[in-house]
Write a protein that binds this ligand. Structure first.
Ligand code: UD1
Ligand code: CA
Length: 494
C-alpha cells in the first residue's frame, strides 16, 4: 500500500553547541552534502505534499542553504519556546490550516535515515490505523536518549527523557529515535496540551505519545534494526563516524553495481557521484561533488576529482582535477593538476607535472611533460614539447593562444599569449614565441648557437677542462694522421 504523507517536518532549529563551530551543525557536510541536505532528500523520497524545515538557530544561513538545495521547501520559524514539541507546533502553523493525513517528523541532524525507511514508516502507520508511530531501536547503550516505556501488554505507553527517567526506566534499552508518523489532527490537538513541566523546561514532542494513549488512541513502535539510520550528529566525533559509514555504504553500492574499489577504506565517494561498470578505483582516491566516471576507466591511486567528468576507458593516476572534462581513453598523470575549464579530448594526454586551466586540448593531442597550459586551444593530434609554458598573463590581463591541428611545439618553448600557431606548423625548441605561425612554417625564436675555438685554452689554462680538451685533440689527431688541423666548428651569429 502506498500512503502519501501530507507533510514531512524536518527539525533543524536546535543549536548544536557540541560541534563548537561557527557553522550551524546541520550545514556540516558528509558525503559532499550538508547533514540537512541528506534529511531533506529522505523526506522528498516519500513524495509528501509538503516538505518543511523548522529553523531558528543561525536562521539566515540555514534558510539560504534550504532555498538553494530545494526551492519548494516550506520554511517555518520556531519562536523562543524551546523543545521538539514547540518546533513541530511552529511547523504545523506554517502549513495549510486544514492539513489532514499523515505528518512525518524527522531531524536535520540524522543523515543516514533513508527514504525507504520513511516510506515504510508511513505505509505501516496508515495500514495500522495508529495515531502515532514512533521509530525505535534496541541499542546496547541507551544513555542520553528518550526511553520507550511499554505497558504490560507490550503497547507503547509513553516516552521518558533520560533527565526525567527513573532508575528502572533508564535501564530500558529501547530508545526513541525521534522519527515519527502522526495523524495530523491528533498531533495538532495533542501539542496544544503539551506543557513544559519537565527537567529541561521544554515542550517535549515525546509527550504527544502519552496524550494519544490517554485519549484512547493507538501508538505503535516502528522498530528499525539498522542503528546507523537513526543516529544523530551531536559532535565532530559522530560527524566523522557517520561520514565514514555513509562512505562505506556508498562504496558498497558502487561495488554492487559493478565498480571495482580496491580499498574502500581509503576511497571517498560523495553521494552524487556516478561511476560506470568495470571501472576500477585504486586506493587513496576521492571522487567529489558532481563527478561522473564512465565505464572501463581506471582512477587512482591518489586521485582527487571534483565536479569532473571522465569518459569511458580513461586512465587517471595521481592527479587533482576540478571542473574538468577528461575524454574517453585519455591519459592523465602522474602528478597533473587540471583546473577549471580543462577539456581533454578523446585519447589525449596530460602528463607528469603539467598544470592546465581553461585549456581545450583536442582529440589525441598531448601535453606530456612539465608544462603550463592556461587559456589555450590545442588542436587534434598536436604535440606540446616538454617544459612548454603558455604565458597567458601579462600582469594586467589574461590572453588566449591557439595551437593548430597536428602541430608540433618544441620543448621548452614559451608562448607569449596571444599567439596563433596554425594547423600543421612547427615551433623550434627553446623558442620564445610572440608572433603567429602560418601553416607549414617552422618558427625558431631564439639566439643562434655560437662556438668559439680555443676559448678554454685562453680563458681557463691549466685546468682539468683545458687538459681534457688537449687530450681530446691529441686523440683525434692520432686517429686521423692525414689531417694536420682539426676542422673549425666555430659558427658566427647571423
Ligand atoms: C530527542 C528526543 C529523545 C530522542 C532523541 C533522539 C524529545 C523531547 N526528545 O532528544 O526522546 O531519544 O531526540 O535523538 O523530543 N530541535 C528543534 N527545536 C528545539 C529543539 C530541538 O528544532 O527547540 C531539533 C534539533 O535541531 C534536532 C532535533 O530537534 O534536530 C532533536 O533535538 P535534540 O535537542 O538533539 O533532542 P534530544 O534532547 O537529543
Ligand atoms: Ca540529539
Amino acid at each position: 500500500m502506498n500512503a502519501r504523507p501530507a507533510a514531512v517536518i524536518v527539525l533543524a532549529a536546535g543549536e548544536g553547541t557540541r560541534m563548537k563551530s561557527a557553522t550551524p551543525k546541520v550545514l556540516h557536510p558528509i558525503g559532499g552534502t550538508a547533514l540537512l541536505g541528506h534529511a531533506i532528500r529522505a523526506a522528498r523520497a516519500t513524495d509528501a505534499e509538503h516538505v518543511e524545515v523548522v529553523v531558528r538557530h543561525e536562521r539566515e544561513r540555514v534558510v539560504e542553504f534550504c532555498r538553494e538545495f530545494d526551492a519548494d521547501l516550506v520554511i517555518a520559524d520556531q519562536d523562543d519556546v524551546k523543545g521538539t514539541g514547540r518546533a513541530v507546533e511552529c511547523g504545523l502553523d506554517a502549513l495549510p490550516a486544514g492539513l489532514a493525513g499523515t505528518v512525518l517528523v524527522t531531524y536535520g541532524d540524522v543523515p543516514l535515515l533513508t527514504g525507504e525507511t520513511l516510506v515504510a514508516l508511513a505505509n505501516d502507520h496508515v495500514a495500522s490505523g495508529s495515531a502515532v508511530s514512533v521509530v525505535t531501536s534496541h541499542v546496547p547503550d541507551p544513555t542520553g536518549y528518550g526511553r520507550v516505556v511499554r505497558d504490560a501488554s507490550g503497547h507503547v505507553e509513553r516516552i521518558v527523557e533520560q533527565k526525567d527517567a527513573s532508575e528502572a526506566e533508564r535501564a530500558i534499552r529501547e530508545i526513541n529515535s525521534g522519527i515519527y508518523a502522526f495523524e495530523a489532527d491528533l498531533l495538532r490537538e495533542a501539542l496544544g496540551r503539551v506543557g513544559t513541566d519537565n527537567a529541561q523546561g521544554e515542550k517535549y514532542l515525546t509527550d504527544v505519545v502519552q496524550i494519544a494513549r490517554e485519549s484512547g488512541r493507538d501508538v505503535r513502535a516502528h522498530v528499525v534494526d539498522d542503528l546507523w539510520q537513526t543516529e544523530g550528529v551531536n559532535d565532530r566525533v559522530q560527524l566523522s563516524a557517520l561520514g565514514r559509514e555513509l562512505n562505506r555504504r556508498t562504496c558498497e553500492r558502487h561495488m554492487r553495481e559493478g565498480v571495482t574499489i580496491v580499498d574502500p577504506d581509503t576511497t571517498w565517494i560523495d553521494v552524487d557521484v556516478t561511476i560506470g561498470r568495470d571501472t576500477t578505483v585504486l586506493p587513496g582516491t576521492q571522487l567529489l561533488g558532481a563527478t561522473t566516471i564512465g565505464s572501463d576507466a581506471v582512477i587512482g591511486p591518489e586521485v582527487t576529482l571534483t565536479d569532473t567528468e571522465v569518459g569511458d576507458g580513461a586512465y587517471v593516476q595521481r592527479a587533482v582535477a576540478n571542473l574538468a572534462l577528461i575524454g574517453p581513453g585519455a591519459l592523465v598523470g602522474p602528478y597533473s593538476y587540471l583546473r577549471p575549464g580543462t577539456r581533454l579530448g578523446a585519447k589525449g594526454k596530460i602528463g607528469g607535472f603539467v598544470e592546465t586551466k581553461n585549456a581545450d586540448i583536442g582529440e589525441g593531442a598531448k601535453v606530456p611533460h612539465l608544462s603550463y597550459a592556461g587559456d589555450v586551444t590545442i588542436g587534434e593530434g598536436a604535440n606540446i614539447g616538454a617544459g612548454t609554458i603558455f604565458a597567458n598573463y601579462d600582469g594586467l590581463a589574461k590572453h588566449h593562444s591557439t595551437v593548430g591541428r597536428a602541430s608540433f611545439v618544441g620543448s621548452q618553448t614559451v608562448v607569449v599569449s596571444p599567439v596563433d600557431i596554425a594547423d600543421g606548423a612547427y615551433v623550434g625548441a627553446g623558442s620564445v614565441l610572440t608572433d603567429d605561425v602560418e601553416p607549414g612554417q617552422i618558427a625558431v625564436a631564439r639566439a643562434r648557437q655560437r662556438n668559439m675555438d680555443r676559448w678554454v685554452d685562453r680563458s681557463r689554462p691549466g685546468t682539468a677542462t683545458a687538459r681534457a680538451a688537449a687530450e681530446a685533440r691529441e686523440r683525434a689527431a692520432s686517429a686521423e694522421p692525414e689531417t694536420t688541423e682539426p676542422a673549425s666548428t666555430e659558427s658566427e651569429d647571423r
